[in-house]
Structure formats: structure tokens, C-alpha cells
Design a protein around this ligand. Structure first.
Ligand SMILES: [Fe+2]
Ligand SMILES: [Fe+2]
Length: 316
């Protein structure tokens, strides 16, 4: 598949930059991912203005929010071990919690708040629809991508009591590989020092338990809503293309798609898929708006995509 960001509504707002590891102690919070100081100094302030031309961040007024986010990452970095990631994948991979359709789950998601995302004041379904509608506008022929945007965060239902009521640190925030060293580009990297895997010689080398180029699908990721929704889509036999599953599974893996870390674990298919993930990520981050999508107006379109790519009821 060829990938182009030309003609995107976001074209003028974005510039690809690498977050270098030596800046890792100078990170400030930027939505759910770290923005290095040099990026801010270089005028990379895309979120000051979003796709709809609204501004919505005031860093000075958000210190309490930032403290809460850092605490979330502290807990996440201490508790997400290789054993934990594997265990959660096995447990939730059983998909024995509930049966429901995709749209039903979109509505259910409104009951969830994401502490890691300071920009998300609107109901979750609005984030899903705003990102899907923004992508639809720029890539009208890629209907699979519209649906991918609609469903990418549905895994956040893991925080609801009927799904085990998992804590924020086990559901949201950036994700990262387990079973190998924690790359310094991970946000709030310092908190990994209290993760038992950090001092385990089996897990704390660059490759850890993996071989170079092994392919991301063979890498155990920290547990969260990305991995869960990937499992739900795959195990329920979605006909979405593999790249859609890749986007869902790694959309919070900012160390990879933002900072370019962990590329030594990728195979050729991952490299191809990453191009679409980078495109998707811009819409995930920057399509948030106070201008709400008229849900009833767009619902028939998304219902038609759900019917095309999913069974009526899915196991969750
Ligand atoms: Fe997400
Ligand atoms: Fe999202």
C-alpha cells in the first residue's frame, strides 16, 4: 500500500522529528506521549492548534494533572513486567467477559475516563468519531482506516467493573516491549528502575529474550487497551487488513512511532505497517475538538463499515 500525507488537512501542522534519547530527562507531557524540550523550542507546537483550528492547552494550569499522569506512569513502569504482560494476555485472550457489537461498545466507552490524556474532555465516543471523521476526510477511499480509528480505543473498557476494573496503569498510557531493556525514550523512563525486570539479566539487555528482526508480533508488549482491542478484533475474525490490526496494537507505542526506538525488533512487514501507523497517530492526537460530531448523522456510515468488517456480536 502506498502512503502519502500530502493533501492531508494536517500537512501544515506536522513535521516529523526524532526524540533523541539524550533528551529523555527533559521530557514534558504532551497528551499521552513525551515531547522533548528541543521540539518545543523548535516551535513544534502542533497541539496548540488542532485540526479544527481550536487551541486547548494551558501547561501552567495543568501541574496537578501532570502529577496524576506521572503517578500513572510510575505505577505502570513498576508493575508492567514480562510475566504480567504475558499473564494478562492469556487471561483477557479468553474473551469470556461479555458479548456485544462494536457500536454498543463505542457507547459503553463513554463511561470511561483516561487519566493519561489531558486533552480529552469530551466523551470518548467523540474522540473515536472525531479521529475517524478527520481521517475519512483526508483518505476517503480507505474505509478500513475510518473503522480502525473508530475502534482503536475500545479496549479502554478494561477499566469498567464488568471487565475486571483494571487500574489506569494497566489500560492507558504509552506501551513498550517487555522482555528486553526499557529504552530511554519511554516517557518517565526513570521509574523503570523499580521494575524487577530492570535488574533481571535475562530481560535487561538490548535484545533481551528476542532475536534482532524477530518481528513485533513475537514481542510481548506492556498490557493495555491497545493489545486487548487487537486480541478482540483478531479472535473475532475481523476482515480488516493486517495493517489495521497493527495500528490498533501499537498506537500507544510512542517510543517506536515517535522516537524510532526498538526498530531492531521489527521485520519488513512491520516497517511497511509503521508508515500507516504514523499517519494514524496524527489523527489520534490532533483531531480532538470542542466541535462535536453529530453522532446520529454519521452512525449509518460507521454501522455499514462494522457490518462489512465484523460479526454482529463479538466476544470480549
Ligand atoms: Fe489509545
Ligand atoms: Fe485515541
Amino acid at each position: 500500500m502506498s502512503v502519502s500525507v500530502e493533501g492531508s488537512a494536517f500537512g501544515a501542522l506536522f513535521e516529523e522529528k526524532n526524540v533523541h534519547s539524550e533528551d529523555s530527562n527533559e521530557l514534558v507531557l504532551h497528551g499521552a506521549f513525551p515531547l522533548a524540550k528541543h521540539e518545543r523550542q523548535n516551535g513544534f507546537n502542533a497541539t496548540d492548534m488542532n485540526a479544527f483550528g481550536n487551541s486547548f492547552r494551558n501547561y501552567d494550569a495543568e501541574s496537578e494533572r501532570q502529577r496524576m499522569v506521572e503517578e500513572l506512569y510510575r505505577m505502570q513502569h513498576i508493575n508492567q513486567t514480562y510475566d504480567y504482560g504475558k499473564r494478562m494476555r492469556e487471561e483477557y485472550g479468553k474473551l469470556d467477559k461479555l458479548e456485544m457489537g462494536i457500536w454498543e461498545c463505542c457507547e459503553l466507552l463513554n463511561e470511561v475516563t483516561d487519566d493519561s490524556d489531558p486533552d480529552l474532555d469530551e466523551p470518548q465516543i467523540q474522540h473515536l468519531l472525531q479521529s475517524a471523521e478527520a481521517i475519512r476526510k483526508d483518505y476517503p477511499n480507505e474505509d478500513w482506516l475510518h473503522l480502525t480509528a473508530l475502534i482503536h480505543d475500545l479496549g479502554k473498557i478494561l477499566m469498567l467493573p464488568s471487565f475486571g476494573g483494571l487500574p489506569q496503569w494497566s489500560v492507558v498510557g504509552d506501551t513498550f516491549p517487555l522482555g528486553c531493556a526499557f529504552d530511554e525514550s519511554n516517557v518517565h523512563h526513570k521509574h523503570f528502575k523499580d521494575n524487577p525486570d530492570n535488574t533481571n539479566p535475562t530481560y535487561n539487555t538490548k535484545n533481551g529474550i528476542y532475536k534482532e528482526g524477530i518481528g513485533l508480533d513475537n514481542v510481548v508488549m506492556s498490557w493495555g487497551h491497545d493489545e486487548y482491542m487487537y486480541l478482540v478484533a483478531k479472535e473475532n475474525g475481523t476482515t480488516l487488513p493486517p495493517v489495521a490490526l497493527f495500528i490498533i496494537k501499537y498506537h500507544s507505542f510512542y517510543a517506536l512511532h515517535r522516537a524510532g526506538a526498538y526498530t531492531h525488533l521489527m521485520n519488513e512487514e512491520d516497517i511497511e505497517n509503521l508508515k500507516w501507523l504514523k499517519i494514524f497517530s496524527k489523527y489520534d492526537l490532533y483531531s480532538k475538538s470542542k466541535v462535536l460530531v453529530d453522532i446520529e448523522k454519521v452512525k449509518p456510515y460507521y454501522m455499514s463499515l462494522i457490518e462489512k468488517y465484523f460479526p454482529a456480536k463479538l466476544r470480549w
